[in-house]
Design a protein around this ligand. Structure first.
Ligand SMILES: C[S@@+](CC[C@H](N)C(=O)[O-])C[C@H]1O[C@@H](n2cnc3c(N)ncnc32)[C@H](O)[C@@H]1O
Length: 327
């Protein structure tokens, strides 16, 4: 997964693949239009830090809509050189870029659809024991299993699933969250992505896991079909991220579906600012709202997790329908 996504010159995010939008492979919430960013801006403004660190900013779409709404000191950490170039030409002087995580972070951190792109370990629970699923080359790429060891084995043992069962464990995502959390002196980290709390993630019916490829707007489950030319993702175990953050001393400040979060932040007020008499203006916004909020689209599957330090009182996005207890 690491190689097909990030190997310099060859990986999907390291190369020049179109990736986003109608001519690419997938569309993210900020790519749909400015509604997501304008609504998120209400949450950001209510926190009064004036400082954002965005991780994995894609084409810079979210940064553009947040900057249009608020006066922000905006920094991006982007691992893909190709996307960094695209962000530079779109955002210019309004943003600065970091090569690595700063030692200390104060303010708001946002990671939208980043954690699903962090490589996972593939695991199989078999009658003979817990196996790590790897990739071998013999007449093409294929799965090969060996007994799981070390931390992976320990984590997998703690998950109760019916055998046989295949899934993923995001060890690197946990380490990523821990590293981020350790650096946060004061502020909030928002992780927005598709995923579940642990009991839903490792549900008996999800016995084939969540590893998924995105190629020209088709989702499929064969990671060997177009290696390096398509996106490869896994759903996010939000319980694991919350635990990693708590383990580094952060508070879990909220967990909700994307729809609930956006409604709490006032997406209907943002829509209400549109010119309702002008169908040309309003119709695309209504379509965007439908995609962001509908349970059949991004509304239910996508979640927002907020963890932070030194914050008092509930955050705007979680005033109703907070599901932290389900983590
Ligand atoms: C699916 S794209 C989402 C882009 C954007 N946030 C959006 O919503 O349109 C994943 C992004 O995360 C970046 N990325 C992956 N791992 C990262 C990491 N550890 N730190 C920062 N960015 C990362 C990728 O290069 C890419 O920009």
């Amino acid at each position: 997964m690491e190689l097909v996504l990030y190997e310099p010159g060859l990986g999907y995010y390291a190369g020049r693949a179109r990736k986003f939008g109608a001519e690419g492979d997938f569309v993210t919430a900020p790519e749909l239009g400015s509604l997501f960013g304008r609504t998120l801006a209400r949450q950001v403004k209510s926190l009064s830090f004036g400082k954002i660190l965005e991780l994995g900013a894609g084409t810079g779409a979210l940064a553009e809509s947040l900057l249009a709404r608020a006066d922000l000191d905006y920094t991006i950490l982007e691992t893909s050189a190709d996307l960094r170039e695209r962000q530079r030409s779109r955002l210019g002087e309004r943003v600065s870029w970091l090569e690595q995580l700063p030692e200390r972070i104060r303010g708001v951190v946002i990671a939208n659809e980043v954690v699903d792109a962090i490589p996972v370990h593939a695991v199989a629970w078999r009658p003979q024991g817990i196996m790590e699923r790897g990739v071998a080359f013999s007449n093409g790429l294929q799965w090969q299993e060996r007994p799981a060891e070390g931390q992976l084995l320990e984590e997998a043992k703690a998950i109760a699933v019916p055998v046989p069962y295949e899934s993923e464990i995001g060890l690197i995502a946990r380490a990523w969250m821990h590293a981020l959390a350790e650096r946060l002196e004061e502020g909030v980290i928002f992780v927005i992505d598709y995923g579940f709390p642990r009991h839903e993630y490792y549900h008996p019916q999800r016995a084939a896991g969540t590893l998924m490829c995105h190629y020209r707007h088709q989702a499929h489950a064969d990671p060997f079909a177009h290696p390096g030319e398509e996106d490869l993702t896994a759903h996010v175990d939000f319980s694991a991220l919350a635990e990693a953050a708590a383990g580094a001393g952060l508070d879990v400040l909220g967990y909700a579906t994307q729809a609930q979060f956006l409604v709490n932040c006032g997406i209907t007020e943002v829509l209400g600012e549109a010119n309702l008499d002008n169908a040309l203006h309003y119709a695309p916004l209504a379509a965007e709202a439908q995609k962001l909020l509908s349970p059949a689209e991004m509304g239910e599957l996508f979640k927002v997790l907020a963890v932070g330090k030194g914050m008092s009182g509930p955050l705007l996005g979680f005033t109703r329908g907070d599901r932290t207890a389900s983590l």
